[in-house]
Design a protein around this ligand. Structure first.
Ligand code: PLP
Ligand code: COI
Length: 358
């Protein structure tokens, strides 16, 4: 399958682009092009293109609008210290996209096509990578059911696309530490559900809990498991880590109800490579509260492509609020963040072969 290239005939002027890249925020500034591949049961994957980013025409009966057969990915392209451009572990995103597709009864996009679609788009949009610290080109591959049919069944047609967005920090003002609300009534995913898939529905279901977090003066929501309402799972769009006074780390295990984060996996690898003790095991909210009070827990952080590594300063529940460590960025959190970021920026060696240069 070869990609047709249809250059955008009205690209944003260089001066206007520079203005938009000064303080891009997250997910508001979009580039000139997009990648697109169609799928049908009859033709398989076909009609691959890099083309101008334009609004889509979607039939009102397209099944995604009714039954939410939709999945997505998120990864970043970075400008390296030597001026080159590279993606961080895109093969891992390609495989997770296939895992998500399988769970949602969608066709699996071959890894080579996923990688080619992303790389082709980044090649065309290199100039949209912000220069400043923390800037990157956020790539959003996604796929949705486009068959015009109201019966409840897997669609026979899909559209796979990649759009790109110039981004800075995910949290406003680069937030030194975020505050977390422990969701009470709402859970994110149950055993056997779609928690490990990156499907749009998971995010729709998290919004009311996130709204509750904001109403309670917090930045983000953390979910507990759906069965015992006791075990800490993850945030709406980030995995979570705990750091103890003996220098060890804990993160919830991948039991099917949380997203297997690529940042999570990278932190585990970086930490283990330097001899830190890391356990993937359940951690209860009662324990979190008690360990924070006793000082056994010294740091906690959230991690993900968008959020990178973000310290958690405090945790709020109806019963009250507790602070973690000093309430600001902890030492190990800061070090792990710097180690990860320097690999991503090409400022440190890449011992695990994570960077894919264009
Ligand atoms: N958990 C959820 C629910 C997410 O949406 C994300 C973001 O993609 C993550 C965790 C972190 O995953 P990754 O590190 O692959 O970006
Ligand atoms: C990402 O980090 O890529 C995500 O999908 C999380 C979302 C909150 C932007």
């Amino acid at each position: 399958l070869t990609f047709r290239f249809d250059p955008c005939t009205t690209p944003v002027a260089a001066s206007e682009r520079a203005a938009r890249l000064v303080d891009p925020g997250f997910g508001r500034v979009f580039t000139d092009h997009m990648a697109l591949i169609r799928y049908s049961d009859e033709q398989g994957w076909h009609d691959a293109q890099i083309t101008a980013r334009v609004p889509l025409t979607v039939d009102p009966a397209a099944s995604v609008l009714h039954y939410a057969q939709e999945i997505f990915e998120g990864m970043k392209a970075y400008r390296l210290a030597d001026g080159g451009t590279a993606l961080f572990r895109p093969e891992a995103n390609a495989r997770r996209f296939q895992d998500s597709a399988r769970r949602m009864a969608m066709p699996e996009l071959p890894e080579e096509l996923f990688l080619e679609s992303v790389e082709r788009l980044v090649e065309v949009e290199r100039d949209w990578i912000p220069e400043q610290d923390g800037g990157a080109l956020y790539l959003r591959p996604f796929m949705f059911a486009s068959e015009v049919f109201l019966g409840v069944k897997p669609s026979s047609e899909y559209l796979y696309m990649v759009i790109a967005s110039s981004v800075g920090a995910y949290f406003k003002g680069g937030a030194p530490a975020v505050s977390i609300w422990v969701s009470q009534g709402y859970t994110r995913a149950a055993p056997g559900g779609t928690g490990a898939a990156k499907c749009g529905g998971n995010y729709a279901a998290s919004l009311l809990a996130q709204k509750e977090a904001i109403a309670n003066g917090c930045d983000q929501v953390v979910f507990l498991d759906a069965v015992e309402r006791r075990w800490v799972e993850e945030l709406g769009g980030m995995n979570v880590f705990f750091v103890f006074d003996d220098g060890s780390l804990v993160t919830p295990p991948l039991t099917g109800t949380i997203l297997p984060g690529i940042t999570r996996d990278s932190i585990l690898t970086i930490a283990r490579a330097q001899g830190l003790t890391v356990r993937e095991e359940p951690y209860a909210i009662d324990q979190w509260r008690a360990d924070a009070a006793s000082g056994r827990l010294v740091e906690a952080f959230a991690c993900g492509t968008a959020a990178v590594v973000t310290p958690i300063g405090s945790v709020a529940e109806p019963a009250g609020r507790f602070t973690i460590g000093s309430g600001g960025p902890g030492q190990l959190t800061t070090r792990l963040r710097e180690q990860l970021v320097s690999i991503q920026r090409g400022q440190a060696p890449d011992p695990h072969g994570w960077m894919r240069r264009l």
